[in-house]
Design a protein. Structure first.
Length: 116
């Protein structure tokens, strides 16, 4: 493919490029018969995006799934916000050393088997 083909890329140039025979020989020698191996992921993604674009029910399902997922994430953040604020307050009062001391004491209690 010439440098001008990259600049003036249109359907005529792509058809000319596809008809060149060295391409098939090159793919066949590397991939041993599987000519689409290097392009599978792009083709699958393109196929999925075209299916989503053309199917109204699938598009509606994906939009509602994304909205539900965002609502769940926001709800979890709001539910865990007081816990996070308590954690930040504990860190502010005791520092990182206090957290490490608490964790080591807790793990020591678990190791020994005492519940108190």
């Amino acid at each position: 493919m010439k440098f001008d083909d990259f600049i003036n890329y249109n359907r005529r140039n792509s058809d000319n490029y596809k008809n060149r025979s060295f391409q098939d020989e090159y793919r066949g020698s590397i991939y041993s018969g599987n000519t689409n191996r290097g392009y599978d992921s792009n083709d699958k993604i393109r196929f999925i995006l075209e299916k989503i674009q053309n199917n109204k029910k699938l598009k509606l399902f994906l939009i509602t799934a994304v909205i539900i997922l965002l609502v769940i994430i926001i709800a979890l953040i709001l539910i865990l916000l007081p816990l996070l604020l308590k954690l930040f307050d504990y860190i502010n009062q005791n520092g990182v050393q206090g957290i490490l001391k608490f964790i080591t004491e807790f793990l020591d209690k678990l190791w020994r088997g005492s519940a108190s």
